[in-house]
Design a protein around this ligand. Structure first.
Ligand code: HAM
Length: 421
């Protein structure tokens, strides 16, 4: 028990962390290219933020939250997602007073008590983007552009973008009546959760995972056929914006999303891999959330990408990621005197910004070179008495197996490495 991580969590080990660092760096650069700034919010928030924001008829709030009372008897919840916290922070710090839109991104851990399986964790990570303060359809298109550009820069292929519109409270009201009328014939067969959602939020039933409910809602009316003029025009503009950028999409009237704050555009991006949990990205517009949480009426849209699923897709498609954190040079030594010399040489190399290491386990030269290989070192030198007296050393390119004689000092070695890098 003590040496086993809790179910649904995973350690990111050193042999994999470089992949996360790589993706995080690509994300940072991409967000900078789009003028999107990072926001960092707490891992836990007041429970009410999620019950009000995400919605108390959602699976996330009804079944999946890690909620507890703290020692001051406040109900606290580990964030199941990032939008509500970003919206809370937007309001709390008056970010609406800045020139709009406010374009934010975050890379966070999230917590949902779900049944763990490939791509479904209890602790997982999201890269999310939120645009506050514009109702322009071009914002919906831009966040989709950003998400797809990330996949492109990471080398992922065969992705499908599916979009839908679930309207505004105005069109939803008329639609809910239609849906309830349709569902009432089979009300008794609905699962208990759907029965409880029938009056509170009937559209949620479209998203139910139970096979009986799925069968019932198969031919139910879809909101996209009941959009008001404004929502219809907005959706048409989002589509023409995507067309304008050459972004391909499918229209999927079944996407309702699992969180209650969405209005108008919703979308999901799936990858063509074997796993059933291949939805790597989900998002949409949520024009009512900021007001619902007590802020000024502020339109917004955003998305989140599941990082674990992103890595599953990269692996499934055999996308190679170079370990940029691999050591540049290993300084081998023979005996105590040369170990001292190696320590100083490594210190000088590090001062010059070269990543370097040396043996601290009194290994044989052969074992030291094996270790250098394991560390993925690009270069190595072996320092013995001769090298120290002559002031010269063979600098070996480990990958090519080629060696060149260089002066035995940090500047000369660094210069050679940088020239050949
Ligand atoms: P979501 O669809 O609940 O949306 O989650 C977004 C993504 O997080 C999913 O597409 C999936 O890749 C990943 N994900 C969700 N749950 C899990 C899990 N248990 N294990 C692993 N990955 C998971 C949101 O969270 C919204 N806040 C997105 C958004 C931002 N909408 C507007 N702005």
């Amino acid at each position: 028990m003590l040496t086993k991580a809790p179910k649904g969590t995973a350690d990111i080990l050193p042999e994999n962390s470089y992949k996360w660092q790589y993706a995080e760096n690509v994300i940072k650069k991409l967000c900078a290219d789009f003028g999107v700034k990072e926001i960092r919010t707490p891992v836990f928030e007041h429970t009410e933020l999620f019950s009000r924001g995400v919605g108390d008829t959602t699976d996330v709030v009804e079944k999946e939250m890690y909620t507890f009372n703290d020692k001051g008897q406040r109900s606290i919840t580990l964030r199941p997602e990032g939008t509500a916290g970003a919206a809370r922070s937007f309001i709390e710090h008056g970010l609406f007073n800045n020139p709009q839109p406010t374009k934010l991104f975050y890379q966070i851990s999230c917590y949902r008590y779900e049944k763990p399986q490939a791509g479904r964790m209890r602790e997982f990570h999201q890269f999310g983007v939120e645009y506050f303060g514009t109702q322009n359809y071009a914002a919906d298109a831009e966040i989709i552009e950003l998400a797809l550009m990330l996949f492109g820069r990471l080398g992922l292929k065969d992705l499908t973008l599916r979009i839908n519109s679930i309207g505004c409270p105005h069109c939803r009201k008329a639609y809910n009546d239609k849906l309830k009328e349709y569902l009432s014939a089979n009300y008794d067969e609905l699962c208990d959760t759907c029965k409880s959602r029938f009056d509170r939020n009937p559209m949620r039933i479209i998203d139910c995972k139970s096979s009986v409910c799925k069968d019932i809602i198969k031919d139910a009316p879809r909101l996209i056929d009941y959009l008001c003029d404004e929502c219809s025009e907005h959706f048409a503009n989002v589509k023409s914006s995507l067309d304008n950028m050459g972004i391909e999409y499918e229209i999927d009237p079944d996407i309702v999303r699992g969180l209650d704050y969405y209005t108008k555009t919703v979308f999901e991006i799936t990858a063509d891999i074997a796993s059933s949990n291949a939805t790597v990205c989900g998002g949409g517009r949520y024009d009512g959330l900021v007001k619902e949480l007590g802020g000024p009426d502020t339109p917004a849209c955003g998305f989140a990408i599941g990082m674990e699923r992103l890595f599953l897709c990269l692996e499934a498609q055999n996308v190679e990621i170079n370990d940029e954190s691999a050591m540049q040079i290993f300084v081998g030594n023979i005996g105590a005197e040369s170990a001292k010399f190696a320590q100083k040489l490594v210190h000088d190399l590090r001062l010059l910004g070269i990543s370097a290491d040396y043996d601290k386990l009194d290994r044989s030269v052969k074992a030291q070179m094996k270790q250098a290989n394991k560390l993925g070192c690009k270069y190595s030198v072996i320092i013995g008495d001769n090298e120290i007296t002559e002031g010269k050393v063979m600098l070996k390119n480990m990958a090519l197996g080629e060696s060149a004689e260089v002066e035995l000092n940090a500047q000369a070695i660094a210069k050679n490495i940088e020239e050949n890098y």
